[in-house]
Write a protein that binds this ligand. Sequence first.
Ligand code: CAA
Length: 382
Amino acid sequence: MNFELTETQLMIRDAARKFSREVVAPRARKTDREEIFPAEVYAQMGELGLLGVNVPEALGGAAAGVVSYALAVMEVSAACASTSVGMCVTNMVAELIVQFGTPEQQKKHVPRLTSGAAVAGAFALSEPHAGSDPGAGRTTAVKKDGRWVLNGTKQWITSGAYAGVVIVWARTSNEGNKGLSCFIVEKGTPGMTPGKHEDKMGLRGSNTVPLNFENCEVGDDALLGKLGDGFKLAMVALDGGRIGIASQACGVGRAAIEASVKYSKDRHAFGQQIGEFQALRFMMADMHTQQQAAELLTLRAATLKEKKTPFSREASMAKLFASEMSNRVCDKAVQIHGGYGYIDEFPVERYLRDARVQTIYEGTSEIQRIVIAREVIKAAAS
Ligand code: CAA
């Protein structure tokens, strides 16, 4: 096992760190408080290669691999998780089109995603009644006069009102999971309309909307992958997506620890820095250990994906552990800050609100446990 980062990985991490500290972090509080969708930041990220870190250069990506991607997400997330979630979904959408798209689809959509010209990518899988169980989706795609006609409602769509390229799952037959297919729908296609922006607890700069489809027509050239393979495409995308969310959790957790260490030096009580008290030191030791363990799990999953070896279980383990870690760590960070942790003068209240969704989206902790347990039992049986 090699724990050293390569030159490329260091270069991407350092570029993402510099950009995050200079551009993303200074606007993070306003992004959150005023619910500002970070479109301008995505345009700059496109120039740096951060919207297609694991996408071939020929399609406008950085071709820097999955570990570089995870490191870049950690850096952006330490500055602003509202910004990093859209970055994660855009990378996921671009990679899915690279993996399953025809050369025409790749050429048409991927450079627009990686450059930021499409603003962002969106992943329209969940529905109002079907989140953990996407195979129960009811949105339909019916072939009429040689065109696919989409009808239904998608829910919780990250960047849904802004994304230039949206991957939409729709039912093309009644065969459960095997009846789902995937379509690439461009912003502005008649019949696809974003609904009301959700007023969320955290990630308030990220745009989250339902997407309504009313007789939305697309051609055969919009079908991504084979007819009826939509469920599998979703699972493949989510395996990689979970590495992204694990990385986001690592970044937010790290930022909470850094803020806590700083505060514990600045704040005095009973005649000394509060960081001198063993109670705080033990908290910080546990926070740091758990955050580092989450980074190792995340980078291991990223390494396996990069080597093209199976990584579903590892991605779920990383996502489960890292998202639960970031919730614990951010909660402790608020505790260390006392009353100041509860107001927006310090960033830790935002970190805690942003961390909360990480155990929910891209598969709840309970779904990750299902995936992990199945794989463990399968391995023991073989
Ligand atoms: N890779 C490839 N294929 C896979 C796969 C994987 N990781 N996992 C399953 N499959 C295949 C199976 O092999 C099976 O194929 P066959 O029918 O040919 O045998 C098929 O898919 C069905 O698999 P399962 O029987 O395991 O399916 P299931 O209905 O039991 O569900 C599940 C499995 C893991 C619970 C799945 O439903 C799941 O992951 N649910 C969570 C969904 C989720 O994460 N949603 C997040 C929404 S997106 C989001 O949050 C994005 C955002 O904007 C931030």
